[in-house]
Design a protein around this ligand. Structure first.
Ligand SMILES: [Fe+2]
Length: 297
């Protein structure tokens, strides 16, 4: 049974104030009431949170939360995982409540990326209100955005998401990262869940110490993206990539370095293909224009 959407992400932080400054004061996300575990919870829509920052010993990405339409879909997925020998842990009610979910299961993919699988997430009926007046984010059935995860075992991990979570191929890229054309190319698979977003998940065939390449939030307007970029520049946030437009999903975006050590892509205009007629593509270039990357420090 197919995963419906990316529901939320979980991050570990040694300094919640740093995250609050970045996400709320600079980007303009909405701070929700803290979790019972002291976590910082960030809203971008009617959900109680889409990003949860847990106090921890390290600054890193912890997990992606994948939403299922109903209990039957979740249990069918978990049964398939267990039949394939994947350890699936049933979270107890208090643990699920921390995610505002009714049922919560946990496992890892072949590359060790943690997944949280859930149904029955509650809503927050207070309207989304950005401290910077953002008009809002493209979410709803499309989920919170997308996440790009490290997958050194690229083919095996791609097969895991296809076979057990029902992801479909959207696009793939093979990038020559070194000057030597005979060196192996870096592969990236872009995959869609059961919603129109071009990709809810991408897998990059290399290890990443922070546990995540980037997450993406899709604003409703180009002006929201431009104003957010200006605020990042004014606050001396590291801009990992300048404004640009991706070749595959058409996203116009920039990338900012989060306190979690991974990037946040802030964009708009993402493609929403009709999967009944879509033929998966292979992109020969990552961008139509822009997206000049800052070398790692
Ligand atoms: Fe992205």
């Amino acid at each position: 049974m197919a995963t419906s959407a990316l529901g939320y992400i979980v991050v570990s932080s040694t300094d919640l104030a740093q995250w609050r400054h970045f996400a709320v004061s600079t980007l303009g996300l909405m701070e929700a009431p803290a979790g019972a575990d002291g976590s910082l919870r960030l809203r971008i829509d009617e959900r109680p949170f889409r990003i949860v920052i847990q106090p921890g010993a390290a600054d890193r990405f912890l997990a992606a939360g994948w939403e299922f339409r109903d209990e039957a879909a979740l249990e069918a997925c978990c049964a398939g995982l267990r039949a394939a020998g994947v350890a699936v842990v049933d979270a107890d009610a208090s643990d699920a409540a921390l995610r505002a979910a009714r049922l919560l299961r946990r496992c890892t993919d072949p590359d060790g990326n943690p997944l949280e699988l859930y149904v029955g997430r509650s809503l927050d009926y207070a309207p989304f209100a950005s401290p910077h007046g953002l008009s809002g984010f493209v979410t709803g059935d499309l989920g919170m955005g997308h996440v790009v995860l490290p997958a050194p075992q690229l083919e095996r991990t791609r097969a895991f998401y296809q076979q057990h979570l029902g992801f479909g191929d959207s696009d793939q890229m093979w990038l020559q990262m070194s000057p030597n054309p005979t060196d192996p190319k870096l592969g990236i698979y872009f995959m869609h869940a059961a919603n129109p977003r071009h990709h809810s998940l991408a897998l990059m065939g290399a290890p990443v110490p922070s546990g995540c390449v980037h997450i993406m939030l899709e604003a409703k307007s180009l002006d929201d993206v431009g104003y957010a970029l200006d605020r990042c520049l004014a606050d001396n946030v590291t801009i990992s990539s300048t404004l640009g437009r991706h070749s595959n999903d058409g996203m116009v975006s920039f990338y900012a370095r989060t306190p979690g050590g991974f990037d946040l892509e802030f964009g708009c205009y993402g493609l929403q293909p009709d999967w009944s007629t879509w033929v998966p593509t292979t992109s020969l270039i990552p961008d139509l224009w822009g997206h000049r990357w800052t070398p790692p420090a």
